[in-house]
Design a protein. Structure first.
Length: 167
C-alpha cells in the first residue's frame, strides 16, 4: 500500500513539474491591465505603469514589448547612462500626456511639454533595431559623436511633432 502511495505522489509531483516547465517555456506571464499601454511621469514610482500608477520611463522601456505604446507626461526626463533612453524593439513614445486617468488618454504636446534632456553629457535617444515612433517630444542637450539628439541603427524611425535642438 505504501509503495502505491509513493508512486502516486511521485507521478503527481512529476505532473506539476512538467506543467511548470511548460509554462516557463511558453513564457506565460501575468497579464497587464492594459496590454500594450504604458504611462510614465518624471517622478513615477509605480511598477504596473498604469494611468493611476505611472512608472518611470526606464521602467516602462524595460517592460515594453514589440508594438507597445508609452505615454509620457509633462516634465523633464534625464538619464544616467550613455543615453537618456535606449530603444531595442518596436515601440511608440508619445509625449504630451496630461497625466490624468481620462480614457482615452488626453495628449496635447504644446500644453504638456515633454522634454528628454541629455544634460550635455549623453545622447538623448538611442535606437537599435525595430520600428520606432517618436511623437510630441522635445529632445535637447544631447552629446555624442554620432547623433547627440537621435541615433538610430538598423531601425525604421518616424519622428513627428518633435523639437530637436541644442544637440
Amino acid at each position: 500500500m505504501r509503495e502505491r502511495w509513493l508512486i502516486c505522489l511521485t507521478l503527481g509531483m512529476a505532473a506539476v513539474a512538467l506543467w511548470a516547465l511548460y509554462a516557463l517555456l511558453l513564457g506565460l506571464a501575468p497579464a497587464r491591465a492594459d496590454p500594450g499601454l504604458f504611462f510614465v511621469k518624471p517622478d513615477g514610482t509605480g511598477t504596473d505603469c498604469s494611468q493611476t500608477n505611472p512608472c518611470s520611463l526606464q521602467e516602462a522601456l524595460s517592460q515594453a514589448a514589440d508594438g507597445d505604446t508609452i505615454y509620457l507626461a509633462q516634465g523633464t526626463y534625464a538619464g544616467t547612462g550613455l543615453a537618456v533612453i535606449s530603444i531595442y524593439n518596436d515601440t511608440t513614445l508619445l509625449g504630451g500626456w496630461d497625466g490624468t486617468t481620462t480614457t482615452p488618454p488626453v495628449r496635447d504636446p504644446h500644453t504638456y511639454t515633454t522634454t528628454l534632456d541629455g544634460e550635455g553629457q549623453r545622447q538623448v535617444v538611442y535606437i537599435s533595431g525595430g520600428d520606432t515612433v517618436l511623437d510630441g517630444l522635445w529632445l535637447t542637450n544631447g552629446s555624442g559623436f554620432l547623433g547627440g539628439g537621435v541615433y538610430a541603427a538598423n531601425a525604421q524611425v518616424v519622428i513627428s511633432g518633435c523639437h530637436i535642438f541644442s544637440n
